[in-house]
Design a protein around this ligand. Sequence first.
Ligand code: HEM
Length: 152
Amino acid sequence: MTDEELEAKIKALTFWGSKKSMSIEDIVMVQPGLAQIMPEIGARTWKLFYAAKAGNWPMAKFQYKEIKGLMELGAFMRPKHEDALNQYVAEDWKPLEASIEAKDFAAFEKAFHHSIDQANAYHDLKEKPYIRWKLPDSPPPDLDLAPRGAKK
Ligand code: HEM
């Protein structure tokens, strides 16, 4: 069998996932794009800021890393945005790491606001000037961000 014949056979196969049968092409098509990944980045960025503000540095570090992973996933899923996302991670996201490691909220806050200004500049660059992420005024309601062991 040639590679082309094998590919045609694989494409013709469908896989049952208990609710629906899908081909490999269907499975590839339903993977998350930036429309799914970006709102999650926004929600975690909100958690990141207020975790750092509360002095919950392990949580801040966790959210920082999850966001970095989501940016990398976005770059992998959408080659059109790969260069911009990788550049953003290296130049605008990475600088937050030092302030998190140093548990320095003043340095973190400065770097954070800069990284958000840069994110919105990328939204402009990607012809989406109507997308301007902004930090909500209060902490996310679904997580207790007080450091473990701290007084409530
Ligand atoms: C921490 C940094 C960032 C945050 C918090 C953020 C936040 C968001 C949010 C919340 C949305 C969805 C808006 C909505 O539909 O409700 C969005 C969309 C988008 N963002 Fe970002 N963003 C960030 C960085 C970036 C960067 C660096 C790029 C560079 C490519 C980018 C490109 C996009 C694009 C292309 C969309 C539209 C996705 C679509 O619906 O097709 N973002 N962003």
